[in-house]
Ligand binder design. Sequence first.
Ligand code: ZN
Length: 240
Amino acid sequence: MSKIRWKIACLLFVLALDIVFLRGMYHSYVQAKDTLFIPVNGDSEEINEVRRQFSGDKQIALTFDDGPDPVYTPRLLEGLKERGVHATFFLLGENVEGKEAIVKQMYQDGHLIGSHGYSHVQMSKEEIKTACELIEENNKKIEAIIGKRPQYLRPPYGAWTEELECTIDMTVVMWDIDPLDWKAQNARKVVRHIVKNVEPGDIILLHDVYPTSVEAALEAIDTLIKQGYTFVTVDELLVD
Ligand SMILES: [Zn+2]
């Protein structure tokens, strides 16, 4: 064998070794990465949770409960429109009465409309039949206004039990960040809590029935947009 041929043979051998080594490394990397996605108890909610954390997107969702309010909700809708931000509203049936135009506007602006039940009761303490009727009543009410049945449900106080299977066709949405805006009623405090604690994939709980909450939401949006966050509705966040 000539010297050059010998050199080429050596080179090819080294190259082959490198490829084998790199492939091995890649496989162990993929395996390590996959184990991060294995849920502890096999629950699909867990999978969502884990994927959201590792998606790498700085997406978050603002959610507003208890509305609509005749004054503060339109103010919030205006501010969201100016900023090109979409949010999720969990409407209380009782408060929808007489404010159908606001709900329509909300829907036309591209926000997601969910249900907070008909009245602000702890559903887990109600008779299952009563709780189901109250959920259904609000669904019908909202559907009559926007022509679409709500798919997402936030039970008041986050009180929910698996027995409430009547709403199996709805997705129950809880939250990650609760700045207790209803208690603080102080925009600065609420903004500080959100900005300090928020992480990509988080769902933030607010109430559009307080002027301080509306002010806080808009200020938090301005701050977090500068930090590279984007705002999505909960259906966009929960879908992989
Ligand atoms: Zn509520």
